[in-house]
Design a protein around this ligand. Sequence first.
Ligand SMILES: Cc1cc2nc3c(=O)[nH]c(=O)nc-3n(C[C@H](O)[C@H](O)[C@H](O)COP(=O)(O)O)c2cc1C
Length: 379
Amino acid sequence: MTSTPAESSLFEPARLGALRLPNRLVMAPLTRNRAASDGVPRPIMATYYAQRASAGLIIAEATTPNAVGQTYPHIPAIHDEAHVAGWRRVTDAVRAAGGRMFLQLQHGGRVGHPDNSGLTPVAPSPVPLPETIHTPSGRRAPVVPREMTAADIRSTVADFATAARNAVDAGFEGVEVHAANGHLLHQFLAKGTNHRTDAYGGPVSGRIRFVVEVVRAVVDAIGPERVGVRISPGNTVNGIEEGDTERIHPALVRALADAGPAYVHIVFADPDQPLFREIRETWPGTLIANPVLGWGGPLPADGGRRAGERLLAAGADLIALGRAFLANPDLVERLRIGAPLNPVRDEYAMYTGGETGYTDYPTLAARHSRAGTPEPAGR
Ligand SMILES: Cc1cc2nc3c(=O)[nH]c(=O)nc-3n(C[C@H](O)[C@H](O)[C@H](O)COP(=O)(O)O)c2cc1C
């Protein structure tokens, strides 16, 4: 039976580490390419995130922990003082609006290009991305990444720790280590991209080593309650071929349990999958689940509410939604009262740099004051 709007467990408060969240809805990290070309967050980003401050938690978009880790143009960074100052404006605005934020730390590995970062990308093995990549001059052929040396591995682990400290200095409550969606950490986990014969490759215990070292370093830098880890078991985005999804992720989660971060966050979590249940049984901490809502098509009319409730019933603690938050600054209130949702507009507007498709999605209040009455369901 479907619950009536206000009854849902999605709107119950929850704890995450030392934080008290007013509801269980998390804004998933969403890359929007609105930073300046040097990675400094622009003021429009403060407006955008403050508009969404009623989320139980905001996980801010993928942000680069060191220069070579940059994926695309206009991705924010967090490795120098100007980045920290730029992000400080964003976290101040969100806090003033009553919200809480983590920052996602993303090193792209082979998902990068010299035209974007000025540097040759690095990766576990010299296996290029099997697709073209977005650059300021359009889509370009991928370059073969340089295989990371032991010294590169040590310095990258240290860069994640420094970036995490910077994030706390910038006013974030914590960071999410991005080990999902085909970026550097996922490249270490996956057989298709990790051909190493040293301690960071080969069997499951070798392929999880880098991720665990990064998470341990970040936990040591800012404390376990401020750290989460995002994983995407089975997701083939960015040409990733894990090879042994059912083995690598439970082993990783067991190792992470020893390292003690506050949460694990699963992309495309399906409560009917044995792997989801195994991770839930293995993971002692908070589990954030980002439901499967149909990728490439429109969102369900309820924005993911029913899918989120099913995941909570299956043991998830918090529910992350991406596109529904992108298009609905007041998503929590809309879901609470069962109001219609703004549809996600033209996909290109997601990445085009200005206000359009970014800060101009109306709240219910704005629509009502313009139109006098609510509009019918938009999707
Ligand atoms: C525009 C856009 C940007 C995204 N950027 C990121 C990102 O920076 N980091 C990440 O882990 N996932 C990213 N994702 C994936 C989302 O976090 C989320 O997993 C995905 O949209 C599925 O959730 P949804 O069906 O609720 O949108 C992005 C998705 C979209 C649509």
